[in-house]
Design a protein around this ligand. Structure first.
Ligand SMILES: Nc1ncnc2c1ncn2[C@@H]1O[C@H](COP(=O)(O)OP(=O)(O)O)[C@@H](O)[C@H]1O
Ligand SMILES: [Mg+2]
Length: 170
């Protein structure tokens, strides 16, 4: 899993080949929240998960995305601050929003954080130990599912990562 970026599970065009099955996103996101809560029992992690339609995706890869985004939200924010997770139906699909009140990401870094091994100066100054692959992998996985990942952030304002997963067409 760690070497997904260079894996043999790529088709001729370099896209990830998925092993899709029906995924209950409320359950899958809820389980990721629970994993995060057990890893960080002191943190307040609020989850507001609407009932959304089933999604055809690869459960292990989606779990990896949820774990990555939650661990970033916890890692790059103060232990006394809150992390908020929302799952909602949107036109054409499902939106997952993970919001922290942490150190934020400077505007010039907001596209670079999706590049493998990129870490911001602000986070390198912290003793957090990541290698800078989580968001690159998450982007690759979300896009392989036909989705989009984006973020909104300002230094000191916290960060909100939005994952949109499209409903199956037809
Ligand atoms: N929620 C967040 N708040 C602030 N900075 C973040 C957040 N998520 C990611 N980043 C920045 O983006 C970089 C890349 O993230 P990621 O790929 O998950 O790598 P890692 O967490 O291993 O450093 C991080 O090093 C950090 O600088
Ligand atoms: Mg990370």
């Amino acid at each position: 899993m760690a070497d997904l970026l260079t894996t043999s599970r790529l088709d001729g065009g370099g896209a990830l080949v998925l092993r899709r099955e029906r995924v209950d996103l409320v359950l899958a996101v809820g389980e990721a929240v629970e994993r995060c809560r057990s890893a960080h029992p002191q943190r307040e992690i609020l989850a507001d998960l609407d009932a959304v339609p089933g999604f055809d995706g690869e459960p292990g890869l989606l779990a990896r995305v949820f774990d990555n985004l939650l661990s970033n939200a916890v890692k790059y924010s103060d232990p006394s601050s809150t992390v908020r997770v929302r799952l909602q139906s949107r036109e054409g699909g499902v939106a997952l929003c993970i919001e922290d009140q942490g150190i934020g990401i400077a505007p010039e870094d907001q596209f670079r954080v999706f590049t493998p091994f990129f870490r911001t100066d602000r986070s390198r100054a912290r003793d957090t130990g990541g290698v800078g692959l989580g968001l690159a992998l998450s982007k690759q996985i979300v896009e392989a599912h036909g989705g989009r990942i984006s973020l909104g952030s300002g230094p000191g304002e916290g960060t909100t990562v939005l994952v949109f997963l499209p409903a199956a067409s037809g």
